[in-house]
Design a protein around this ligand. Structure first.
Ligand SMILES: Cc1ncc(COP(=O)(O)O)c(C=O)c1O
Length: 379
């Protein structure tokens, strides 16, 4: 029954772990989840108020496919001032989540058998989006001892390469690319006339480091498609609100897919997006402070147990090398079945993740302490 396109898609390694966790939960076990990809905070009240007011004021009809003008303008202003991109609202397409933007980009720029460059390990949905478009991913290894920075990208470029995917801060490694690394990637993109998809969804969740947008670099404005959203920074995962920023002729392609599939992002949610960007940013700072404290507790704990893990500079994930104990798949399964701690096996993110587990610290300090004790008891 399944289409050829669908058959190219593999089931994620996370599903096996989720199935065991569900079974344990049903049996009444107290499973500590270290596998969540979303902040465990509520959306700040002023954002909910703005969306709810918009809903009661009648923002319950279709929105323009590109997004409501207020939000597109606000996003463009944010990108100019915070990210140093030289853009206007004409460069902005509002999407139901960053994920939809990524899907539309792959479907718009990739032809059958084209190649997309992914840095290994990479977030779980890039490769399926590349495959949906009929293209192939080319995985570039990264160096775990050097903050998971990519190797020489130019070696992996072929006549079929169309796009390089950059994700800083990175899910799953928490790595942050500095200006020099981004400049090397930008040079490869310029020399080979490639697009760059810059997924900046974790830009605000960053510690002791500066976020740099590759689209702000010389020669990159015409070839960068910047993707961002509200899910992580404003704890708005369920709102499904994100955006793509690109030259208008690229957006025209995205819009074809967008208008014939999702039509638009939810209208009243977009008013919440305006409030998120223009309102008080203190809730974001508070959340990031809490994530940093949790990161430090988790890292100290893992290192004192002898589990090798570099301090992540961003996002809310630690990527730990568990090769002393087995593969990431084996360790994740053991941790869940014996300690009732659910983590994500690194293999879900690519071949070079197979010796790792991803630990999401989007859970309270007390649960992190408890999980560390449980892990110690099974080591
Ligand atoms: C790297 C990365 N990009 C994009 C997304 C999707 O975000 P959204 O909720 O805006 O679709 C996620 C969500 O986990 C992510 O980790």
């Amino acid at each position: 029954m399944a289409s050829t396109r669908l058959k190219r898609m593999e089931e994620s390694a996370t599903i096996r772990i989720a199935n065991i966790a569900n079974r344990l939960n049903k049996q009444g076990a107290d499973v500590i989840s270290f596998s969540l990809g979303e902040p465990d905070f509520d959306t700040p009240k002023h954002i909910c108020d703005a969306a709810s007011k918009a809903m009661f004021d009648g923002a319950t009809h279709y929105a323009p496919s590109m997004g409501i003008p207020e939000l597109r303008k606000t996003i463009a202003e944010k990108l100019c001032t915070e990210n140093r991109l030289d853009v206007t609202e004409d460069n902005i397409l509002v999407t139901p989540g960053a994920k939809q933007a990524i899907f539309e980009i792959m479907m718009s720029v990739l032809d059958d058998n084209d190649e997309a460059i992914l840095f290994d390990p990479a977030w779980v949905s890039y490769d399926p989006c590349v495959k949906f478009a009929g293209a192939n991913s080319v995985w570039v290894p990264t160096d775990p001892d050097n903050g998971f920075m990519p190797e020489d990208v130019s070696e992996y470029i072929t006549p079929k390469t169309r796009i390089i995917v950059v994700n800083s801060p990175c899910n799953p490694t928490g790595g942050v690319y500095d200006r020099d690394v981004l400049k090397q990637i930008a040079d490869v993109a310029i020399d080979n006339d490639l697009f760059v998809l810059s997924d900046e969804i974790y830009e605000k969740i960053i510690y002791e480091r500066e976020h740099v947008s590759i689209g702000s670099m010389d020669g990159m404005e015409e070839r960068t498609i910047t993707v961002n959203g509200f899910s992580k920074a404003y704890a708005m995962t369920g709102w499904r609100l994100g955006y793509a920023c690109a030259p208008p002729e690229i957006l025209k392609g995205l819009l074809k897919i967008h208008s014939h599939s999702v039509s638009s992002a939810t209208t009243f949610a977009q008013y919440g997006g305006v409030a998120a960007l223009t309102g008080d940013q203190e809730p974001v700072s508070e959340m990031v402070r809490e994530f940093r404290t949790r990161r430090d507790i988790l890292l100290d704990g893992l290192n004192s147990l002898g589990i090798r893990c570099k301090k992540p500079d961003g996002a809310f994930y630690a990527f730990a090398d568990v090769s002393d104990y087995g593969t990431g798949d084996e360790v994740a399964e053991e941790m869940l079945s014996k300690a009732h701690v659910a983590v994500t096996p690194g293999s879900a993110f690519g071949e070079s993740g197979k010796d790792f587990i991803r630990i999401s610290y989007a859970t309270s300090q007390s649960r992190i302490h408890e999980a560390l004790e449980r892990i110690e008891s099974i080591l």
